[in-house]
Write a protein that binds this ligand. Structure first.
Ligand code: COA
Length: 373
């Protein structure tokens, strides 16, 4: 089997941090305005009054303290409650491509590579700004890459599914240097008026470069030793926004065209699937759990990550063992586990083993066993 390695990674962090305090203040202002405007219907029992959100709840339920956004002004305006991102003319690079270029440039420097050497570009993310041309082809153009490019969407598992796809194509000889990027503007599909979820997401973009170990120019890359991708249909995380929605002005902007979830059910159903998948994969590979130096887990909820760490390692995982970036980035969908990997891998010695795992809508779970060469 041809050994495939991750030779570089990159991270674009948007310029605007928004704390729980700021987000909750805006949400509560919106609630007060709504309750005032609908006072007579609420008093008559025809409409339920909306309730305030709270920072204490958010931090306790999710572990999130702050998040980075590409635009904060509209999100914090109780009359708007969404990011204000002007549409761009076709001649300009799209905002997701700008984020992707910034992350890709870091990955290229880390791998000692030039953009023109890339011959496979995969943009793997939860949302694409348009159906075509593929964002990946636009990125290929602005980077000056060659070969082929295409988009993939496997929601929160887009990055792991993209990495496995790229690795298989490299092993088959279809490409030599693959770029997988995950530009996530989660604030664009988050319902900032929904008390249960308004705090969940943040924006970010990650990038990794993959190539055959024999071609790799840098010392001590991470070998992709094994990968397992699984999906199982569920409506518990869903977003109905799509190209057929524009036909109905009545429902075009209804709440189901944004992210919504049954958080408790997701929690209960996904956790056992993830724990079993990783445990079986480790067994198949003959890797005892105590031989792992690090878990780079999907960053959706702190309690979820603590549960997985405890179940796999048999004790509470430390920040060293299972780094958490959720507190400062929020849930950045497919970018989350790659952010954890990008920020927390350089300290590990040759031979170190780790698991990078994503899970989310679909359901979809992708787990990768990595070993430092
Ligand atoms: N502020 C204050 N209270 C709130 C609140 C808010 N913003 N949102 C909900 N609450 C209240 C609820 O009304 C409920 O009150 P009740 O017990 O009196 O009915 C209580 O807090 C618990 O609500 P619940 O929705 O059950 O919270 P939770 O503990 O399940 O946490 C999530 C919610 C979403 C953080 C959690 O379920 C989760 O993260 N699940 C997994 C999500 C996930 O991985 N998704 C993948 C997406 S990629």
């Amino acid at each position: 089997m041809t050994a495939i390695v991750i030779s570089g990674s990159g991270l674009y962090t948007p310029p605007f941090a928004v704390s729980n305090e700021e987000l909750v203040a805006a949400f509560n202002q919106y609630v007060d305005l709504y309750n005032e405007e609908n006072a007579s219907a609420i008093d008559a029992g025809q409409l339920p009054a909306k309730q305030h959100s709270s920072c204490e709840f958010i931090e306790k339920a999710s572990g999130i303290k702050s998040r980075y956004l590409v635009s904060r002004e509209g999100v914090l305006n109780p009359d708007i409650m969404q990011p204000l991102l002007a549409e761009r003319p076709d001649e300009m690079p799209s905002i997701m491509v700008e984020m992707a270029v910034a992350a890709a440039e870091q990955a290229l420097i880390a791998a000692g590579r030039e953009p023109g050497e890339i011959d496979l570009v995969i943009v793997a993310a939860s949302n694409m700004p348009r159906p075509y041309p593929a964002l990946a082809i636009e990125l290929q153009h602005y980077l000056g890459a060659s070969g082929m490019a295409f988009d993939m969407n496997v929601a929160c598992s887009s990055a792991t599914f993209g990495i496995k796809t790229a690795a298989d194509m490299l092993a088959a000889g279809s490409a030599k240097l693959a770029l997988v990027v995950n530009p996530e503007i989660c604030s664009g599909h988050l319902n900032f008026r929904d008390r249960d979820s308004h705090f969940i997401f943040g924006d970010a973009c990650t990038a990794v470069l993959l190539e055959r170990e024999a071609d790799c120019k840098v010392a001590n890359p991470w070998q992709l030793v094994a990968s397992k991708l699984v999906t199982q249909y569920s409506n518990n995380i869903r977003n109905n926004f799509g190209f057929l929605n524009r036909l109905s002005p009545r429902t075009r902007y209804s709440d189901d065209k944004l992210f919504r979830q049954q958080g408790r059910k997701v929690f209960k159903e996904v956790l056992p699937l993830v724990c079993d998948q990783i445990a079986n994969q480790l067994d198949e590979q003959g890797w005892p759990a105590d031989s792992l130096s690090r878990l780079w887990l999907h960053q959706a909820n702190l309690t979820m990550n603590q549960f997985i760490g405890r179940k796999l390692l048999g004790h509470d995982a430390s920040q060293q063992e299972a780094p958490v970036i959720l507190d400062s980035y929020g849930n950045t969908s497919s970018a989350g586990s790659i952010i954890a990997f990008h920020l927390y891998n350089r300290d590990l010695p040759v031979g170190a083993r780790g698991v990078l795992c994503s899970f989310g809508a679909g359901y979809s779970i992708g787990s990768l066993l990595l070993q430092r060469c």
